[in-house]
Design a protein around this ligand. Structure first.
Ligand code: TNX
Length: 449
């Protein structure tokens, strides 16, 4: 790469860099792989060729990377013009589903923090934000027909016990929820950054917050749960409960334009496969693809088009592929970003098994036993951020980064691993995260805050 003899200057538009009048990238639509682009920078022009808008967007993300870390700051800090190196970049993603799940149920993530995460995902060329909106410990989606879901289910009282195991107390009450208009705003904000927000309402397990609000839904009473883990209480299989949830999913589909809608289906002791199948069918009738955790492959025949998230390793995903379902790989041993990053007792949130940055980079989303002749497809992968112990954006940053950057590399790039990855990360990417104000875990070791 050679430096441009003449600097290319950029002015800041609304949350985005735009070229000023002096240099405007020439944008051309060409045939090519979806979301891919060819970026050519010469002393006289910046040229983007892409087959779709996403490709143009990703070319811009690359331009911002090439400009250096200061280009990512919220305001310029010196008068120098940005210098864009002359180069040609030909680039496209390996997978169509490059996701990150954020559990906003265990700990509510305020809207402004969630919007910031959308920006961070887009900067890493990730394109799916899976929002886990409901769980035993909180309901975060406003449902107009059933206001108690958020009025009651959105608030977790003080635990009698606290959570001694995890060094993070549930002694404090906690809560919050998004209005439908908040979520419409998030969906639109994300769409402008080529991120699809895939919502999930978890049934029939992980539903204690709903049962607290409407006890007639449950097999058993109880308030919003103040413990973590698998809750023995689940939804009952009454037809009135199914009707209730059809209404809830209808409102969800009114807010979220995503073609894929999550219905959970995980960890439901004694849960009813029929309930899961009926909800999945309802989503299909409304023209959407149901999306469930891998337990749903045990629920009996699922509608065609169901997408399965393989989280308990890859076996559930392999069964789903053979059953003709598309799969998103998210095995907990490789991409659960709530898991501890080292065995040091100083890791601030020591949950799960050790999942280092190197482990995440070593992840291969397509298991070796997949031959490609299965009727289902591996759509891609997602990293999951469960938030039992991530109660703020700071803690989320620490858990997510820089491992999410390694994950982004895995789902975008060809399967061959780059021996220079760590060096590139250290030399080029961590300074970008610094400029963006991301409080990532330093490579040198734990940094508890
Ligand atoms: C398993 S992954 C869960 C979550 C927990 C997570 C903790 C999945 C579908 N269920 O409810 O938050 O482990 O790492």
């Amino acid at each position: 790469m050679t430096l441009l003899p003449r600097p290319v200057s950029f002015t800041r538009g609304e949350g985005e860099y735009r070229s000023d009048d002096a240099v405007r990238p020439r944008i051309r639509v060409t045939s090519g792989p979806p979301e891919g682009y060819r970026l050519t920078v010469t002393p006289s022009e910046v040229d983007i060729e892409a087959s779709d808008e996403a490709g143009v967007f990703y070319a811009w993300q690359t331009i911002k990377q090439l400009l250096g870390p200061d280009a990512l700051r919220a305001a310029p800090i010196h008068d120098e013009q940005w210098v864009l190196p002359a180069c040609t970049v030909v680039d496209h993603p390996r997978f169509a589903w490059r996701g990150c799940m954020i559990d906003v149920a265990r700990h509510f993530l305020p809207k402004h923090d969630l919007l910031r995460y959308v920006d961070l995902l887009a900067a890493h060329k990730l394109n799916v934000l899976h929002l886990h909106l409901t769980d035993d410990q909180g309901w975060r989606f406003e449902v107009q027909k059933y206001p108690r879901l958020t009025e009651v289910g959105g608030w977790r009282p003080t635990s009698r016990y606290g959570d001694r195991r995890a060094k993070l107390s549930t002694d404090r009450p906690h809560g919050g929820y998004y209005t439908q208009n908040d979520l419409r705003e998030i969906v639109e904000y994300a769409a402008r950054r080529h991120v699809t927000v895939v919502p999930e309402i978890d049934v029939p397990g992980h539903s204690q917050a709903a049962i607290a609000a409407y006890p007639e839904l449950g097999t058993d009473g109880g308030g919003v749960w103040t413990d973590w883990g698998v809750n023995p209480r689940v939804l009952n299989d009454k037809s009135s409960t199914l009707d209730f949830y059809r209404d809830v999913f209808d409102e969800l589909m009114d807010v979220f334009v995503s073609p894929v809608i999550g219905f959970g289906g995980d960890e439901a002791p004694g849960g009813d496969g029929e309930f899961v199948r009926q909800i999945a069918k309802h989503l299909v009738r409304r023209g959407r693809r149901p999306y469930g955790w891998d337990e749903v492959v045990e629920a009996g025949p699922l509608p065609t088009g169901t997408v399965v998230a393989s989280w308990r390793g890859v076996d559930g995903g392999l069964v789903a592929l053979r059953d003709g379902h598309d799969v998103v790989m998210c095995p907990e041993s490789s991409v659960y970003l709530d898991y501890r990053q080292s065995s040091s007792p100083d890791e601030p949130i020591p949950v799960g098994t050790v999942l280092s940055l190197e482990d995440v980079y070593a992840f291969e989303p397509v298991p070796r036993s997949v031959t490609g002749s299965e009727p289902g497809r591996v759509l891609g992968a997602q990293a999951n951020l469960w938030t039992e112990h991530l109660d703020s954006a700071r803690r989320l940053d620490y858990a997510a980064f820089p491992r999410l950057a390694a994950f982004a590399e895995v789902v975008w790039s060809p399967p061959e691993k780059d021996p220079g990855f760590l060096e590139r990360l250290t030399a080029h990417h961590l300074p970008r995260l610094d400029a963006l104000g991301v409080e990532y875990r330093p490579l040198s070791g734990p940094h508890p805050w």
